[in-house]
Design a protein around this ligand. Structure first.
Ligand code: NAI
Length: 462
């Protein structure tokens, strides 16, 4: 029987980061992972592979739409789908092997197999029992199911199947206009599929700033995505090589049907805690099926902790990573901390969409006095030089104190630009602090400064 200070169940971004930090802090650490490779959903069938396909398909889009205007003439590239998938798999391989290397470097043991917890202090993997002073559950999430829709990962797929379709479909119906639906919908639209997104609500990307939602949807429509809004998918019938999607419009209860070669189910994810033995242990769960934890990520059973998608909060890799680092510090007797008010969200479409902190809608709801500083990328020389003038930066600041409360960006490199605002928020900065900081010219980040200036005496290039 092996004995550890900490055993972590799950080697996704939450689990592997937690393990590395535990080891760095001097704790004898092991990770239980049943997949053939480390990295969890994010590296194997999520964030990383989807970014590879988004990049490749964006290159094609650039060649088809912008090359000629720049004086780059010639035939547009054709798509070798097999090679594109091989490129994606190579990217996955490089990343998962990288985690293996980091485990070796930090002396983290990888216990291969699926773990369960027979009692606090013990983890069972196959027939082996391993001892651990502390256990961290980082078991992640799986796609949520939808009644009437049976996933076969061939014709009706989740995000996992969408990353390895046998061929590029002529028509793709996406159920759900959330992050997964729009990222993968963008990939296949760029590769030539007729993409239709069916969304239950009247706006895409629920919870996002309203102005961004509208601009984003308009931009995606221009790129060829079709939207059926206010429609609930009722069922999907699978035929030999295609599917029929039945949906009902909420406004008049009328029912409709749409044919598709492929259907992507992207209506959310749910915590994955099967087989851990949590019910037998008496671990308390929330009403939404998440593992309940206290302020230090400890579950209702002493010595068992939980982080990431399996607990409350946004299902984001970086939120899990932050919790992983924080819980490692708690276990090492330090003070782990996560600022849940400053967790950025990014959608890796083109243009990218990024947000952090409050939305205008949430501030109105709180009755809080705020001001808005907005700047369009049309006024940013660098963006205009690369056909990326669509979109804007919007900063929300307290009306009295000028303290930054949130930011919303749609435009080039939005997913990187947002972090300037995250750092500012962590330091309790005012919009003026940002506005008074010298920004290199010509960069996209000047648009952030201009939005900050717009919170005060006004932007220069507006
Ligand atoms: P989501 O929760 O973002 O969006 C699901 C959408 O489906 C919602 O707009 C909802 O109204 C709609 N919907 C639900 N039932 C429906 C029905 N019967 N008919 C039509 N529409 C319906 O879920 P998604 O996109 O599956 O993503 C899951 C999780 O993965 C999210 O928490 C997301 O944050 C995370 N993720 C994050 C990424 C990123 O940070 N770039 C990338 C991919 C996933």
């Amino acid at each position: 029987m092996a004995s550890y200070d900490v055993i972590i169940i799950g080697a996704g971004p939450g689990g592997y980061v937690c393990a590395i930090r535990c080891a760095q802090l001097g704790l004898k650490t092991a990770v239980v992972e049943g997949r053939a490779t480390l990295g969890g959903t994010c590296l194997n069938v999520g964030c990383i592979p989807s970014k590879a396909l988004l990049h490749a398909s964006h290159m094609l889009h650039e060649a088809e739409h912008n090359f000629a205007a720049m004086g780059l003439k010639g035939k547009s590239p054709s798509v070798d789908w097999k090679q594109m998938l091989a490129y994606k798999d190579d990217v996955i391989g490089q990343n998962t092997k990288g985690i293996e290397f980091l485990f070796k470097k930090n002396k983290v043991d990888w216990i291969k197999g699926w773990g369960s917890i027979p009692e606090a202090g013990r983890v069972k993997v196959g027939e082996d029992i391993h001892e651990a002073k502390k256990i961290v559950i980082a078991s992640g999430s799986v796609p949520a199911s939808l009644p009437g829709v049976e996933v076969d990962e061939k014709i009706v797929v989740t995000s996992t199947g969408a990353l390895e379709l046998g061929k590029i479909p002529k028509s793709l119906v996406v159920i759900g206009a959330g992050v997964i639906g729009l990222e993968m919908g963008s990939v296949y639209a760029r590769l030539g599929a007729e993409v239709t997104v069916i969304e239950y609500l009247d706006a895409i990307t629920p919870g996002m700033d309203g102005e961004v939602q509208k601009t984003f949807q308009r931009t995606l429509k221009k790129q060829g995505l079709n939207f059926i809004m206010g429609a609930a998918v009722q069922s999907v019938e699978t035929l030999k090589t295609k599917a029929k999607v039945n949906y009902k419009l909420r406004k008049d209860d009328s029912t409709h049907q749409l044919d598709a070669d492929t259907v992507l189910l992207a209506t959310g994810r749910k915590p994955y805690t099967d087989g851990l033995g949590l019910a037998e242990l008496g671990v308390e769960m929330t009403k939404r099926g998440q593992i309940a934890t206290d302020d230090h990520w400890q579950t209702s059973v002493k010595g068992i902790y939980a982080i990431g998608d399996a607990i409350e909060g946004p299902m984001l890799a970086h939120k899990a990573e932050d919790e992983g680092m924080a819980v490692a510090e708690v276990l090492a007797g330090k003070h782990g901390h996560v600022n849940y008010g400053v967790i950025p969200g990014v959608i890796y479409t083109h243009p990218e969409v990024a947000n952090v902190g409050a939305t205008e809608e949430s501030l109105k709801e709180q009755g809080r006095a705020y001001k808005v500083g907005k700047f369009s990328f049309m006024g940013n020389g660098r963006a205009k030089a690369v056909f990326a003038g669509d979109g804007f930066v919007k900063i929300l600041a307290d009306k009295e104190t000028d303290r930054i409360l949130g930011a919303h960006i749609i435009g080039p490199a939005a997913g990187d630009l947002i972090h300037e605002i995250c750092v500012a928020m962590e330091f309790g900065a005012s919009a003026q602090d940002l506005a008074m900081t010298c920004h290199a010219h010509p960069t996209y980040s000047e648009a952030v400064r201009e939005a900050a200036l717009a919170c005060g005496d006004g932007a220069i290039h507006a």
